[in-house]
Each structure stands twice: as structure tokens, then as C-alpha cells.
Write a protein that binds this ligand. Sequence first.
Ligand code: BGC
Length: 285
Amino acid sequence: MKQRYALGIDIGGSGIKGAIVDLRKGEFATDRLRIPTPQPATPEAVAAVVKQIADHFAAELGDGPIGITVPAVVTHGRTRSAANIDPAWVDAPAEDIFREALGRPITLVNDADAAGIAEVLWGAAKDHPGLVMVTTLGTGIGTAMIHKGTLVPNIELGHIEMFGKDAEPQAAASVKDREELSYETWATERLQPYYERLEFYTWPDLIVVGGGVSKASDKFLPLLKLKTPIVPAKLRNAAGIVGAAWLAVDALANPDALRGGEGPAEAAAKGKEKDKKSKKDKKKD
Ligand code: BGC
């Protein structure tokens, strides 16, 4: 990889964090800047904070690439879901919104995908030759699937069905806090059935567990009985920023890999916008 430095920005529910990343080492090359997430966290309000972060690192970054994570599905520059963020992100042309706010191109990716690729390149799954499933346990459950070093983007396995319902609001780390579950209860009653299903559907060679709670992994990972080895993430809260920076540089080399052309979903979303516009125009007439 020729480009050594890039800016990674990680958009979370409570904070938006950025740092320049040294991609030879997979480490921050500067201090991290954190600004609280604006409320409501609409794409435009978040873009204004992202601009503040980009401005802060302008001297170090020069015209280097910028990678940004969001806790949502991202296809072809559009955010497509909003499980734990403002509903305004659904079908928003988010990459364009950021590009306009910053006055330069950026690469937008799913937060778990960024964390996942960073763990495979520099963390708990470094150089793993098989199928790695990285899960992030936080407000929601993020998942990233990396096969022989290649990321399959937007795998949303935090939302698989468990006991007839979405797994995320039953097993995420936020649920442990909200329901005041002990590590033991959370592990045996929530994580055990969740990871059993995950391995039944995907048969990974290694499962990596990230998110803030992974600091305390010794309190819950040893309680899980699975076929697949399951280990804590190594990069912790740096993973999103480091992975975003790497994916931004990767996107320069392989512009079509994550963005692609206009997919059917984008065409449909544009069609809907056109419909809305023409209805408005008709009303005006
Ligand atoms: C979203 C994912 C995201 C995860 C972690 C889930 O609710 O659907 O896209 O990666 O939360 O933020």
C-alpha cells in the first residue's frame, strides 16, 4: 500500500472520533480527537462535526484520503438502514452529503466492517488464512465477515433471529446494562444462543469479539461453549478509525470494490426521489 497516512473518522452514538492513521503500522500517528455526537444526529448535523475533525487534522493530512464509518449499511455511498441512529440516515446519499460538507471525496463504510478489517490486518485475527467473523458488542451488534483477508461488506448478522425475534435487542452489550444482567446471565442466556446461531449459519474459523465490553472479555468469553474459537479484539476502540483509514486508501486503489456502480437499490431510491419531486411539482402547479 503506497499511501502511508489517512484520516479515519468513526461515527458513534455518543462520540465522533478521528485520528490520522499510519497504515504501515496500523496505529494512530496523531492524538485522537473526540467530539460529542450532535443530537438529533441527522446526516447534516453529523457532517458538520466531521468537517470540524477534518479541519483539525488538515495540516497533517494534506490531500490524503478520508475514511468515515457509520453504524448503518452502506451501499454505493448511500446509508440504507438506521437500527440505532437517526431515521434520517435511511436511504440518505450520505457520501455526497459528507463530500459537500468537506469539499473533498471521502469513503464511507459500515462501522463493523472497518473494525473487522483492522482486526484481520493488525489485531486478533492478524494474517488469519480462513473465514473470520468479527462481532462488535455495543449499543447494537455489528458483524464483519472476512474471508482470506477479503471483506464481504454489510453482513448484518447482529439482526439474525433468536427466539423468534431480532437478536440485537436481546444480546447487545447495551442490553446487559439496561436489564442489569450479570456477566454470567448475559453470557449464558443471551450470548450463548446468539453465537450458536451465528456459527450454525456461517461456520467461521475464528470469531473475534470487539466493542467496549471486550475489555472485560475474561468475564464472559470463557463461559461460552462453541465449536469455533472465540477471542477478544485487540485494537479495541482504535479499530474503527484504523479500519476506516485503510478502507479509504484501499478505495483509491480499487475504486469499484466497495462503491460499485449504481446498484438496483440506488436506482430504486433515486426513482422514489424523482417521484416525490414530481408529486411536489404537480402540487405546485
Ligand atoms: C447496525 C449495523 C452496525 C451495528 C454496530 C447495527 O444495529 O445494523 O449496521 O454495524 O449496529 O453499530
